[in-house]
Every structure is written in structure tokens, then in C-alpha cells.
Design a protein. Structure first.
Lengths: 122, 266
């Protein structure tokens, strides 16, 4: 049986009703591909719906000085960047930030769908 | 006669940061005229109307033509893209009052693969722009980065980003590939930013007022470390040196031995 868009939405809705946790995602871009390097850029996404981003660049100081501080504050590392050499002939090109570390926190939700515990970082 | 073009230190700053800012250079009465003309719809319509024509042929009889003739503005344009460049397009960016959701950071021209030559985008601010009005945000030094337009919107905050806070009459001339965004406006007033893109019709070599700059100062400028550049900091310097060689017509220039130590193989 082929799933329609409405079927998928109903399935998600039913699953959401039984979920008691929500995920927060913190992405730290570090100066180097080592976790204890300095934070040079960052992004935050909140599955609890409590924090919403209004514009690029609302913060001047990063939430943590480096990746280790995020671990110490309870963030779980879920993506570690691979080391890759530039393609031959492109050694002098620069592009996207390479040292992208992704962290998560899984928050338990209270009955009113509010996070039982969270820390404001954005 | 005073030469109002950029000086060598100002050009070096442009190479390193990707923009030049002139504060309160457009006279107040001309700013007021521009705001009135914008409000009356004189700049609405096809923003590409006139593409390919000369910049001097645009907005005949309107305030914007006078703005482009402000001596310091005209001299800065000449410094970067030569006299009377080709008009590309314009846009009046309008940020309504209490429009809190600003743009994400982006780059305008991923299709532009030129390695040294560049277009200029000029941002004109005809009224005061306090911090809460969300003036154009730039990320200094990102103009060498090759990315795909809005893909960089995943970077919500970047160390070293600079939001424009300025008085009326300020103009920022920026490299077409510089990362930027318009931020949210939390005031009760509309924010306007008039952008013009222009293409050079000449080789961009020594178009500015070539003043003396001590080699040590030039090196310090071109070797500046942008906080966000991290592990790519040296590659950024290598790119700046290549751009300086292009702009000065000196293929041997080097800050120290960044390129010259490795060029014996060519």
C-alpha cells in the first residue's frame, strides 16, 4: 500500500502523542577538528518549541569556549567531523567550515509538553 | 586637487576584510530626498531594468544619480571597479517595523567563479540605523569562501560578525562574495537599505590612489587573523596575497615567504 502525505502525518501525530522526550541540537564549529578547540560559530535547534530563532547573528559570544565545555554541561556528542584532504588542485580554496561538531540533549517533557529541565543557550 | 580615491592602506583593508565603509558621506539633504523618493515608489519596478548599461546612465534626474556623484562615493567606486562601471542591478531592501525574523547569512553569487576580479555591491543607508534596527550584518574576510548561496544559513552565529550601526549617509562597499544578512528590525520604524551592484569594465589594477604603505604595515594587514577562520587562516592569507598581486600588477609580491618558498616548481 502506498502511503499518502496524510497517512504519514497521521502516523507522526499518533507517535508524537506517546513521545515524552524532545531533542535539542547544538552545533559547534570549532577552530580546528579537535574537540577542545575554540568555538568560532554555532547554531541551536530546539525540539521543545521553547526557543525560536529570530535572525542570524543574535548572539555575540558563543555559549561555550570549546567543545569540552559543552560535554561538561551535559551535551552528548553525536557527530564528529572526518578529516579529509582537499581535492587535488583545490588546496588553496576555502569554503564551508570544516570542524562541525553536533551535540544533543534529550529533555523529558512534563504533562503540559514543557521541558522538565533545560538550559537556555540561544 | 585632493585625490578622494581609496589609499593603499584602505585597499589593503578591503582585501583583508572584503569591505570599505564610509561614514556619513552622503549629505543630509540628499539622504532626505532619497527617503522621499523611495517612499513615493520612484525606485519600485524591475531591479534589472538597465542591466548592462553604464552606472552613470541610471536614475537620470533622480536623487540616486546625485548620490553616485558625491565626490567621495564616485572616487571609491573608481578605486574598486574603475570609472563609470557597468550597472548590474539594484534593490531597495525594506525591513518593516517589528519584523523580527531577519535573514539568515548568505552569499549572493556562487555562480561567480572569478578568482581575483570582483564586483562591488554598495549598501547605502539614508537614515540612522541603530543596533535594534538590524542593519546589514557582514562577516569580515569571508569573500574568498566558495559556498552555495544559502547553504551557510546553518551558521546562526559567527565569531567576528559585524552588524552595521551607522548614521544617515553611510555607505558600505563590499566584495560581491562577502557573507552577509539583513537582521531583524525591532523598532517601530521601517528600515531601508539601497543596494547597487556594479561590474568593472577595466582590469582592476592600481585604480586607487597608490600611496606609500610601509611593508611591515601591509604585511600586518594582509596577515590579519579572522577569529572564525581557524585552521584555514593561512590559506586565507595565501588568497589575499594573490589578490594583492592582481590588484598591484606585481606577480612577485609576498608578505614573507608564503608563496615564494613554493614557487620554484612552476
Amino acid at each position: 500500500m502506498q502511503l499518502s502525505v496524510n497517512t504519514i502525518r497521521r502516523d507522526n501525530s499518533a507517535r508524537g502523542a506517546s513521545v515524552s522526550t524532545r531533542q535539542q541540537v547544538l552545533v559547534l564549529y570549532l577552530s580546528h577538528p579537535a574537540l577542545d578547540s575554540r568555538v568560532v560559530a554555532w547554531s541551536f535547534y530546539d525540539g521543545t518549541g521553547k526557543y525560536r530563532r529570530e535572525a542570524f547573528g543574535p548572539e555575540l559570544e558563543p555559549p561555550y569556549a570549546n567543545g569540552i565545555q559543552a560535554l561538561e554541561d551535559g551535551w552528548r556528542l553525536i557527530q564528529y567531523p572526518r578529516l579529509e584532504n582537499p581535492a587535488p588542485g583545490r588546496e588553496y580554496e576555502v569554503g564551508y567550515f570544516q570542524s562541525e561538531f553536533v551535540f544533543e540533549k534529550v529533555l523529558e517533557m512534563s504533562g503540559s509538553a514543557q521541558p522538565a529541565d533545560s538550559r537556555e543557550i540561544a | 586637487m585632493v585625490d578622494l580615491r581609496l589609499t593603499t592602506p584602505e585597499m589593503a583593508e578591503f582585501v583583508t576584510n572584503g569591505y570599505v565603509r564610509l561614514d556619513e558621506v552622503v549629505p543630509a539633504d540628499l539622504c532626505q530626498r532619497m527617503l522621499e523618493e523611495i517612499a513615493s515608489g520612484r525606485y519600485s519596478g524591475d531591479i534589472f531594468n538597465g542591466t548592462g548599461q553604464l552606472l552613470s546612465e541610471q536614475w537620470v534626474g533622480l536623487g540616486m544619480q546625485s548620490v553616485l556623484q558625491v565626490p567621495r562615493v564616485r572616487a571609491t567606486i573608481e578605486s574598486l571597479v574603475g570609472p563609470d562601471p557597468r550597472f548590474d542591478h539594484y534593490a531597495v531592501h525594506v525591513s518593516p517595523a517589528q519584523s523580527l525574523r531577519g535573514q539568515d547569512v548568505h552569499q549572493d553569487a556562487e555562480y561567480d567563479l572569478r578568482r581575483r576580479a570582483f564586483d562591488i555591491q554598495a549598501s547605502f543607508f539614508f537614515h540612522d540605523v541603530p543596533a535594534e534596527m538590524g542593519g546589514t550584518l557582514l562577516v569580515p574576510g569571508t569573500h574568498f569562501r566558495r559556498v552555495r548561496e544559502s547553504a551557510i544559513n546553518r551558521y546562526q552565529n559567527i565569531v567576528g560578525q559585524v552588524q552595521t550601526v551607522c548614521k544617515a549617509g553611510t555607505v558600505i562597499f563590499w566584495h560581491h562574495n562577502l557573507w552577509h544578512s539583513g537582521r531583524g528590525n525591532s523598532t517601530d520604524r521601517v528600515r531601508y537599505m539601497f543596494k547597487v551592484r556594479m561590474n568593472p569594465r577595466v582590469k582592476q589594477e592600481k585604480l586607487w590612489n597608490v600611496t606609500e604603505m610601509p611593508p611591515r604595515e601591509l604585511r600586518r594587514c594582509l596577515e590579519k587573523h579572522h577569529a572564525w577562520s581557524g585552521n584555514d587562516s593561512r590559506t586565507e592569507i595565501l588568497n589575499r596575497i594573490q589578490m594583492w598581486r592582481f590588484l598591484t600588477g606585481d606577480p612577485t609580491y609576498d608578505c614573507s615567504s608564503w608563496w615564494s618558498r613554493i614557487e620554484n616548481e612552476r
